[in-house]
Design a protein around this ligand. Sequence first.
Ligand SMILES: NC(=O)c1ccc[n+]([C@@H]2O[C@H](COP(=O)([O-])OP(=O)(O)OC[C@H]3O[C@@H](n4cnc5c(N)ncnc54)[C@H](OP(=O)(O)O)[C@@H]3O)[C@@H](O)[C@H]2O)c1
Length: 300
Amino acid sequence: VKILLLGKNGQVGWELQRSLAPLGELIALDSKSQAYRGDLADLSGLAQTVRDIAPDVIVNAAAYTAVDKAETDLQQARLVNAEAPQVLAREAKQLGALLVHYSTDYVFPGDGQDPWQETDAVAPLNAYGQTKLEGEQAIQASGCAHLIFRTSWVYAARGNNFAKTMLKLARERDSLNVINDQFGAPTGAELLADVSAHAIRATRKDARLGGLYHLAPSGETSWYDYARFVLAQAQAAGIGLRVSSEQVGAIATESYPTPAKRPKNSRLSTQKLQQAFALNLPQWQQGVARMLQEILETTT
Ligand SMILES: NC(=O)c1ccc[n+]([C@@H]2O[C@H](COP(=O)([O-])OP(=O)(O)OC[C@H]3O[C@@H](n4cnc5c(N)ncnc54)[C@H](OP(=O)(O)O)[C@@H]3O)[C@@H](O)[C@H]2O)c1
């Protein structure tokens, strides 16, 4: 099996380098790759890369993920999140390759309390969500074999993440306020990568498994409770904090204005995925605790 991975240095791309390696020959590119061009903004270069490599599986972990910047940089966001996936889908169809792609709960309007199902009506609240939706739709319309995973609140041990930011602020500041009216599940890049590898194997054996799936761990939380969980774990590990888990303040979305609107309900129903691939998705705390252990070990 020949696998082409795009966006190899992102949170998810980095973990995919690990989880896809045992499946076959892996060619992993980023936007600066030259031997094969890996820049999603270069549509003809991208098509040429796929033709030159002729992979059995294309995994697209690259995306324009600057949610607030996308509001004023719509053209570039659309190029990377919608037009590039359309090119990948066209080339995948031509080759008979399986295209694996990631999307977001931001395709939904973010109201209500129920976890979103794959069949629920979409209505993005912001430009990023709109371009990600257009990407999904282009892949579906192409008729190529595909797996699209919508996920939420992605974190990874590598690079910056919400947990590291909360730890830093709790050490440096006298008070810390976190939004408590947005709900979702923090999703580890490791989990996304491992489930992707499993689903790719299964879908190559049974093409009927292809399609759109929601992928996030079990359970739900708010950013406020997520922050409190992180600080409680740090305290238990003996890390000195100026703001303890109990002292975190709760604030409403309205008191933290951002250029792009954020959905209050990011809950995703993952029943379809769990049933189709016979998978059990762990509680979100498991992955976050693991990531924290990794970063706290290097802090102490
Ligand atoms: N992060 C989240 O909370 C979240 C939530 C829901 C869904 N998702 C989706 O999950 C997927 C993976 O996201 P992530 O969290 O891993 O994002 P990430 O860490 O921001 O990584 C995105 C990667 O895409 C690359 N990229 C950007 N523009 C590119 C271009 N023109 N050509 C090639 N590569 C380009 C970036 O490389 P450079 O840095 O070199 O530009 C970066 O390595 C994306 O589809 C995203 O939309 C993410």
